[in-house]
Ligand binder design. Structure first.
Ligand SMILES: Nc1ncnc2c1ncn2[C@@H]1O[C@H](COP(=O)(O)OP(=O)(O)OP(=O)(O)O)[C@@H](O)[C@H]1O
Ligand SMILES: [Mg+2]
Length: 382
């Protein structure tokens, strides 16, 4: 959903100009032409950010800011003061009134946009951190730059490797209706996530989540997705999934989440709250470009670059592929691991329900999976 920005200015030209510029960037704009209007629109519209002019005929921006802040519901809504006055005194007064940022007028649109993005990013990060409290687990999200790259295969094998190293780990397969982890782990008819989602409005508690967790000989515990396509719509129930993730994070030292691909409201939220994000990419230009676009989106949302690692997965034997150095150049950072083609082993493993690392621990691909797992575990310790 587009973020909503309230623009408050008594100058109609500025209002129009700024409003249109931000609208073109995909934000929803609400306008107020004086302080009184601003104060009624804040509770009515609940904006994600407020751009506030200082000099207005009725109530000035400082006073508007103070009154917004006096309502607990808007204590943390980012407020950017936007004014022709450039004296130091005004800035101090603005910050004292509760503003988060201050820009002199006229401002270059690019500068204004950069400030808006940074403020929204910080605010999103703060709210997602606040939304997933009581966290004990080191949370790792695995996401593909596109579909079908082997994201679930990697997530399952990392989870099994961690468990066989006596780590306390839960795998959450967040792929309602598209579940594959059950098949890879030899678990028939997985339905844990579906059961929790369907029992709405029963509150999510540790006890009811515990009942849906399935075990594996490696020691891994999992909450798995069904493979009934109609369950896919459940991904939209963000609040319920968030509650499930929060409970899981309190039940284990390591929570590994298979996010599939693409950004949804819930996956963005979980990514923001995670400690480590693994992005899968394959050696094809288009996929590398998509991986770069994904990481740019995540940065805009407020995710620190230091939390992101790329794994290069190559499922096909071919001499026509992009070189690793070129991929790293486009991504702007080294990949932390490479998974080479193992189509026969991947097939046999899926057919037998025995994960790759268990079925053939000596295979090169098993070694590569263990290396990625090492990196995850060392990040968890740091
Ligand atoms: N290293 C590999 N070499 C060859 N094939 C592989 C490799 N890893 C996974 N595969 C195969 O690639 C296919 C897709 O794997 P998987 O289901 O894990 O992908 P995914 O990215 O999770 O897909 P989806 O987008 O549907 O969630 C499977 O047939 C799997 O066996
Ligand atoms: Mg998958």
């Amino acid at each position: 959903m587009a973020e909503k920005i309230l623009v408050v200015d008594d100058d109609l030209d500025t209002l129009k100009l700024v409003g249109m510029m931000l609208q073109r960037q995909g934000y929803t704009i609400v306008a107020a032409i004086n302080g009184t209007q601003a104060l009624s629109k804040v509770p009515a519209e609940k904006p994600d950010l407020i751009l506030l002019d200082v000099m207005m005929p009725d109530i000035d921006g400082f006073e508007v800011c103070r009154r917004i802040r006096s309502d607990p519901a808007f204590k943390t809504t980012p407020i950017l003061m936007f004014t022709a006055k450039t004296q130091v005194d005004d800035k101090v007064q603005g910050f004292e009134a509760g503003a988060d940022d201050y820009l002199p007028k006229p401002t270059h649109p690019a500068e204004l946009l950069a400030h808006v993005k940074a403020l929204l990013g910080r605010s999103r990060q703060a709210s997602s951190a606040a939304a997933l409290p009581a966290k004990k687990a080191h949370m790792v999200c695995v996401i593909g730059a596109k579909g079908g790259l082997g994201t679930s295969t990697l997530a399952v094998n990392i989870a099994v490797t961690m468990a066989s190293r006596k780590q306390d780990v839960i795998l959450l397969e967040l792929r309602p209706g598209l579940g594959i982890a059950g098949a890879l782990l030899g678990i028939n008819k997985p339905s844990g996530l579906t059961a929790l989602m369907q029992n709405n409005p029963e509150p999510i508690t540790t006890a009811i989540v515990e009942k849906e967790i399935v075990g594996h000989p490696s020691g891994l515990r999992s909450l798995l997705s069904s493979f009934e396509p109609h369950d896919f719509a459940m991904i939209q129930q963000s609040a319920r999934i968030e509650a499930i993730a929060r409970v899981l994070a309190g039940m284990t030292q390591n929570l590994l989440i298979d996010l599939g691909n693409g950004l949804t409201e819930i996956s963005a939220k979980l990514l923001m709250a995670s400690d480590h994000v693994i992005i899968l990419v394959e050696p094809m230009r288009h996929t590398v470009t998509m991986a770069k676009a994904l990481v740019t989106d995540l940065q805009t949302l407020g995710l620190a670059q230091s939390k992101v690692d790329f794994v290069l997965v190559n499922r096909e034997r071919s001499s026509l592929q992009m070189a690793r150095a070129k991929i790293e150049e486009i991504l702007g950072q080294p990949v932390i691991g490479m998974i080479t083609p193992a189509p026969e082993l991947a097939y046999q493993s899926a057919e037998s329900g025995v994960p790759i690392v268990v079925r053939d621990p000596n295979a090169m691909v098993s070694d590569q999976i263990r290396q990625v797992t090492d990196r995850i575990m060392s990040k968890a310790r740091s």
